[in-house]
Design a protein around this ligand. Structure first.
Ligand code: GLU
Length: 282
């Protein structure tokens, strides 16, 4: 098996833009340079926002860019049992709790925390009888990691570190001390879809043998949270290479809302992958 495996992991909630092309090309070229493997993973757990036509467009756009990847592509929505198993491990170690709060209630709790506004939410399980009542009423709940329980559980294994071969938004590079508190009591299973981003990503990166995570620096903080989950689940930690984010002519980051800037629009307007690569400096 190759000792270098990386992945591009888009969510099919919109069409890809130049920023995605940059990220995908960096990962693809890094795999090629290392004689390794480039994987494509479709992060479609958010069934409320994912659309099959966006997935189809992603496959077309990446093939147009000249990227190739092994089939079958891993589609997160087809692997809910893997995420449920990971959640069960955390549940049986008493590291997660049910959270019935709405977004608004969470925001209020953060704003009115006794020691000043919280940066990341930390809550607590409900008393057993109240929880039983709410469950009996069929109230929806999310599963949250208990940061306090997690840190206590890891005890002597702290502090956690990871290797950053690229750089974070403030130029962070090299051996980084993880700050798991950045995520607070992070949601591991959403009320509506039964799993959440961080849990699915660490499970998949491990199951797919990903050795290098190459992605935008907007996900640098995510690495701190994901490092914690890797430690709790006994999963290996990949090397991280976060890259700068591209900005458009107006100086703003590319975003899915800018329709005119999509790769699809570029392709339909007769653009070529070669000129795009040149424009991206690749
Ligand atoms: N699916 C995430 C996104 O579209 C990327 C996840 C990752 O690279 O860890 O932004």
């Amino acid at each position: 098996m190759s000792s270098f495996i990386t992945r591009f992991a888009p969510s099919p909630t919109g069409d890809l833009h130049r920023g995605h092309a940059y990220s995908a090309l960096l990962a693809f070229e890094a795999a090629r340079a290392a004689g390794g493997t480039f994987l494509l993973r479709i992060e479609d757990i958010d069934s409320t926002r994912s659309r099959p036509q966006f997935e189809a467009h992603i496959l077309e756009d990446l093939a147009w860019l000249g990227l190739r990847w092994p089939e079958p592509v891993r589609r997160q929505s087809e692997h809910m049992a893997d995420y449920e198993a990971a959640l069960e491990r955390l549940r049986s170690a008493n590291l997660v709790y049910r959270c019935f709060r709405t977004r608004q209630e969470v925001a209020q709790a953060m704003a009115s925390a006794p020691h000043g506004p919280m940066e990341a939410y930390q809550g607590a399980p409900l008393p057993t009888d109240e929880e039983a009542e709410r469950l009996a009423r069929g109230e929806p709940f999310a599963w949250r990691l208990s940061l306090a329980a997690a840190l206590e559980h890891l005890g002597p294994r702290l502090p956690l570190t990871f290797l950053e071969e690229g750089s974070g938004p403030a130029g962070e590079t090299g051996e980084i001390r993880a700050r798991p508190a950045l995520g607070g009591d992070v949601v591991l299973a959403r009320k509506d879809v039964g799993v959440a981003y961080h849990l699915a990503v660490v499970v998949d990166d491990a199951l797919q043998g990903v050795t290098h995570v190459i992605r935008g620096e907007d996900l640098f903080e995510a690495a701190h949270v994901q490092r914690l989950l890797q430690a709790l689940l006994g999963l290996p930690t990949p090397v991280y290479r976060h890259h700068r984010l591209l900005t458009g002519p107006d100086g703003r980051r590319y975003a899915k809302r800018d329709r005119a800037e999509t790769l699809r629009a570029l392709r339909q307007a007769g653009g070529s992958p070669e000129s795009l690569r040149r424009e991206l400096g690749l």
